[in-house]
Design a protein around this ligand. Structure first.
Ligand code: SF4
Length: 155
């Protein structure tokens, strides 16, 4: 159980590099997304993202991915959906107090972050989950946000 998500944490560095490359490709395809229309590509891209990340990370499609800051361990799998570290209930074996046979996602996040090149991102303060984004593609959101920043010069 939880084998795939634990594999992802153990291979956090490899997945970080893969994601960097993938993000570059997604950004380079911006003219194509623009031509087709972001609203039109949302559905098929979301389908792919849901299945790939669902398999690798038990992704819940929160719409604003933070895996790059959490050692490839998805914080949405924390039963309390904590975004900035574990609660005080981590068991001595590193498992969750709510789901005792599940490794605490934040213990895993710490483990994965240590393997990553930019693992210090785990220290960033993350905002609460924005439920309005639930079910949307975070891959496309990253591209759009990057383009908006370039266009408007804002954060
Ligand atoms: S942080 Fe959000 S988008 Fe990323 S894997 Fe978790 S639920 Fe999916």
């Amino acid at each position: 159980m939880y084998a795939a998500r634990r594999w992802s944490v153990r291979h956090a560095r490899f997945l970080e590099s893969l994601y960097d490359t993938f993000e570059g490709v997604m950004n380079a395809l911006h003219p194509l997304w623009l031509k087709i229309g972001y609203d039109r590509v949302e559905k098929p891209i979301t389908f792919v993202e849901r299945n790939v990340k669902g398999f690798l990370f038990d992704c819940q499609m929160c719409g604003k991915c933070v895996l790059g800051e959490t050692g490839m361990s998805c914080p949405m799998n924390c039963p309390k959906q904590l975004q900035n570290g574990p609660c005080g209930g981590v068991q001595t074996n590193g498992n969750c107090e709510v789901i005792p046979d599940m490794p605490c996602v934040w213990v895993e996040a710490e483990r994965g972050s240590r393997l990553m090149r930019h693992g210090s991102g785990i220290n960033n303060v993350r905002l609460p989950v924005d439920n309005r984004l639930k079910g949307s593609s975070s891959w496309l959101r990253v591209v759009r946000e990057k383009r908006d920043q370039q266009f408007y010069g804002a954060d």
